[in-house]
Design a protein around this ligand. Structure first.
Ligand code: SF4
Ligand code: SF4
Length: 372
């Protein structure tokens, strides 16, 4: 049975970019954010086995499960294909996830990051039928997958697995026609099949929260008081079939703005839609690295390079056409103990897990030339 998109909150709290202090999750701040979010009447939390090196599920337990009645919130987590060596690993990891968060069941359970390079493993380890079994056991309420593959693969997987109740995709206005991400095509496939969608990266890892001044001016001319990020959220929320929009919020101000945008939601007008299209077409002329700061690549890097921060520095350099700010930011990252871009030994670990399929090794060489 498909999930009922109308009953789900418009904004979901993604627990992948939680605030940190002294290198650890700042639990006091997380609790404040959870309270603020719950007070808004919304209650969808999204974590994963790999977020914050495994600490995100534990943080969900501390900040949500121990502090709110179980039926007052819904919690989603995901099965990490990277950790599966055999069928027994599915239960081993799932039981660990229940224990980490201190729950008896998850409301939403997803196969994490299904894509062309890992679908065979998910199939050979029978992960789809295993998910259905977990649902029958009452250990999960709804079963779906998050997706980073091609439109053709999405059609194939949906044909083979009608048991799937929802799909989580990356969707934002800048990636609508992106030939790697294909947000628009993935959306059309799911919408045509009437499959509820959970949306990730609506603000493209923060990239759409602040734009070049001339682009921001186009939005400000129409809505002077609205944040730039609110345009990205309203673009997604205006699409029929979208159940919940996840935002990986890391500061309270960002959360307040997102809550305000989606609890007083107004679909984009024709004039606003044209402004978004205009901004998108100008943005696509600026060649930025499509890193969403998901951090999947960080833990396995033998040289401890903070890859998304390196890309943030390079993108800032491109966007604002200046070197002082990005170089200072980069120096700060390296002096906090991370490896330099030039330390990269081209082991390829990062490229094997990057859902955006970025040529990270090549980009590390560019970063070393431009930032060091
Ligand atoms: S290829 Fe370079 S950046 Fe990627 S994991 Fe290996 S050392 Fe780190
Ligand atoms: S490089 Fe890829 S895996 Fe690493 S943070 Fe960026 S998008 Fe995620």
């Amino acid at each position: 049975m498909k999930i009922n998109a109308d009953l789900m909150p418009k904004l979901g709290f993604g627990l992948m970019r939680l605030p940190e202090k002294d290198g650890r999750i700042d639990m006091e701040e997380v609790c404040r954010m959870v309270d603020l979010y719950m007070e808004s009447g919304m209650n969808y939390f999204d974590t994963a086995y790999v977020y914050h090196g495994g600490k995100s599920e534990v943080a969900a337990g501390e900040a949500i499960v121990k502090r709110y009645p179980r039926d007052s919130f819904t919690l989603a987590t995901k099965l990490p294909v990277w950790e599966l060596k055999n069928k027994d690993d599915r239960d081993r990891i799932f039981n660990e996830q229940l224990e980490r968060a201190g729950v008896d069941y998850y409301d939403y359970y997803l196969l994490h990051s299904v894509e062309n390079g890992n679908i065979d493993k998910y199939e050979s380890l029978d992960c789809f039928s295993w998910g259905v079994e977990k649902k029958k056991e009452g250990k999960i309420k709804h079963f779906g997958f998050s997706f980073h593959g091609s439109p053709d693969l999405l059609e194939e997987v949906l044909d083979r697995h009608p048991e799937v109740e929802f799909v989580q995709i990356q969707l934002n206005y800048a990636d609508w026609n992106n030939p790697v991400v294909c947000s628009g095509k993935l959306y059309e496939i799911l919408h045509k099949r009437n499959i509820p969608m959970i949306i990730m990266e609506p603000v493209k890892g923060g990239t759409l929260a602040s734009l070049k001044p001339e682009l921001e001016a186009k939005y400000k001319a129409i809505r002077p008081d609205a944040s730039i990020a609110s345009w990205a959220l309203r673009f997604v929320a205006s699409l029929p079939g979208v159940a919940t929009i996840l935002s990986g919020m890391s500061v309270t101000e960002q959360m307040k703005d997102n809550i305000n945008t989606l609890s007083n939601f107004e679909p984009l007008s024709d004039e606003e839609r044209s402004a978004v299209e205009e901004v998108t077409s100008i943005m696509l002329d600026i060649p930025l690295i499509g890193c969403t700061a998901c951090k999947y690549c960080i833990d396995g890097c033998p040289m401890n390079i903070s890859i998304p921060d390196v890309f943030k520095s390079l993108n800032t350099m491109t966007l604002y056409d200046e070197t002082f700010r990005p170089k200072t930011y980069y120096k700060g990252i390296v002096s906090s103990g991370h490896g330099k871009a030039s330390d990269c030994i081209a082991c390829g670990q990062c490229e094997s897990v990057c859902p955006q399929h970025l040529p990270i090794i090549e980009l590390m060489q560019t970063a070393a030339e431009k930032l060091e």
